[in-house]
Design a binder for this molecule. Structure first.
Ligand code: DAT
Ligand code: MG
Length: 138
């Protein structure tokens, strides 16, 4: 059944000029791009987005990084979108990501790993609502 998920092309990938190449991988894998935009977020906005990680030792580094430059948040749709995007992204640590995955191809480190993807239906709903208004999601 068709499902929506949420993704971000992170500041490292945007800085390196990988945006178009990553979007091409996403489209090649059969995702429809429902909505996408380019923007920069504040550290406080990054903290709100990643609130589930607030107690982790890397929270400061993560939110500093996510607010360090432009990002492309987007909403993607296909059958089994949430799990399939996680597969296409590869492991959080690019050193452990499978060949052909986005993180294997475009990410440099566990902290700066090119792409975000929702991990479950409830987090996808929160994350889509964090960045997009209903009128942007038709
Ligand atoms: P994922 O992005 O694969 O869902 P996650 O939800 O566990 O991974 O963590 C969110 C982000 O936090 C991750 O993309 C990069 C950063 N991060 C995770 N573990 C880290 C670590 N050990 N050191 C530095 N940054 C880390
Ligand atoms: Mg996660």
């Amino acid at each position: 059944m068709s499902q929506r998920t949420f993704s971000i092309i992170k500041p490292d990938a945007v800085r390196k000029g990988y945006t178009a190449a990553i979007l091409a991988e996403i489209q090649k894998a059969g995702f429809k791009i429902v909505s996408i935009k380019r923007l920069s977020i504040s550290k406080a906005q990054a903290e709100g987005f990643y609130h589930v990680h607030a107690a982790r030792p890397f929270f400061g580094e993560l939110t500093e990084f996510m607010s360090s430059g432009p990002i492309f948040p987007m909403v993607l749709e296909k059958d089994n979108a949430i799990a399939d995007l996680r597969k296409l992204m590869g492991a959080t640590n690019p050193a452990q990501a499978e060949e052909g995955t986005i993180r294997k191809q475009f990410a440099a480190s566990i902290g700066e790993n090119a792409i975000h993807g929702s991990d479950a239906e409830d987090t996808a709903a929160f994350e889509i609502g964090y960045f997009f208004a209903g009128i942007e999601l038709q």
